[in-house]
Design a binder for this molecule. Structure first.
Ligand code: ADP
Ligand code: MG
Length: 295
């Protein structure tokens, strides 16, 4: 490979909105056969909104929103942002909490007015020994079937209610998945969100249900990439979040969304400046073409 041709390739990359860490990156891009896509913020816009508020029996809607909004105020997760916006719009200023703790990939906890509050996935409440009453369980199932992400709230060890948030698929994601397939690549959806929501998003963009890996903790995203590599696949990983960084680093090719976190950008080999997935196919075509010239 002549260095000059590779450098021409990286210059063209910059024009397309692809920042390449080093010319050698194009070489690994050529062998990629599987593209793992993070869901939130990569396939979807990552700008969520609060769409359902379901208080437990005897709980006031405003209290559910106030408690959940106050605790989520300490989190930077896109789900937290949606809850803080939605709660703030309805109940106004949110009170301060103490002892805030982030349970990565699960939710958040804090104390408010001497009450112990948990806000997170239903699995977190289950782990903490908080049962969901039947009417909340069926509300949760219905919201998930509708493709929404359910957030459960507990106060002092009892279910306080449910919130559901929803995200929208980026307008270019389905076309991008079609382009990846046209290049002979297999798209895989990887997410910490639950399987029902993940499958709904996969169906919307044209990823097979069998290629959905859901319910993974942030620390498990990297294992999911390693598992595909162990099957002999050459894996490109596309992500935007802090918790995608380890997976971006172990992938054969890490593509960071330029709209995402600095940690992800640092871990990636390529940065997709535009933040839409059509550029993934551009990057792969570019490297194939560049290396074709060299050969
Ligand atoms: P993703 O792969 O969608 O970026 P994360 O690993 O960040 O997911 O989170 C996985 C799941 O954990 C979320 O879908 C959500 O159910 C739950 N979760 C994480 N952080 C929070 C939070 N601050 N509030 C409520 N739920 C959360
Ligand atoms: Mg993400």
């Amino acid at each position: 490979a002549t260095p000059t041709a590779l450098l021409v390739g990286t210059g063209r990359g910059a024009q397309l909105g692809i920042l390449v860490k080093g010319p050698e990156v194009l070489e690994s891009t050529r062998r990629v056969d599987t593209v793992v896509l993070d869901k939130t913020g990569t396939v979807t816009a990552g700008k969520l909104s609060l769409v359902d508020v379901v208080p437990a029996a005897g709980v006031e809607r405003a209290d559910l929103l106030r408690v959940a909004g106050a605790v989520e105020n300490g989190s930077e997760h896109p789900i937290a942002a949606a809850i803080v916006r939605g709660a703030g719009a309805e109940v106004g200023a949110l009170p301060d909490v103490t002892g805030f703790r982030n349970r990565e990939g699960l939710g958040v906890t804090a104390e408010l007015d001497g009450r112990e509050v948990v806000v997170g996935r239903p699995r977190l409440l289950a782990e903490l020994g908080v049962p969901l009453p039947a009417e909340l369980r069926s509300a949760a199932d219905a919201a998930e079937q509708a493709g929404r992400t359910v957030v459960a709230v507990a106060v002092d060890g009892e279910a306080h209610g449910l919130l559901a948030v929803t995200d929208t698929v980026k307008p270019t994601s389905a076309a991008a998945v079609r382009e990846l397939r046209a290049l002979g690549l297999r798209p895989v959806l990887l997410t910490g969100d639950n399987a029902v929501v993940a499958r709904a998003v996969a169906a919307e963009v044209g990823i097979d249900a069998a290629d959905v890996v859901a319910d993974v903790l942030p620390s498990e995203k990297v294992d999911a990439v390693r598992r595909l590599q162990a099957e002999g696949r050459v894996v490109a990983m596309v992500g935007d979040g802090v918790n995608d960084a380890p997976a971006l680093a172990v992938a054969d090719l890490g593509l960071a969304m330029g709209t995402g976190s600095d940690v992800a950008i640092e871990a990636g080999d390529l940065t997709l400046v535009r933040g839409d997935l059509l550029v993934v196919a551009d990057a792969i075509r570019l490297s194939r073409r560049t290396l074709g010239i060299i050969k």
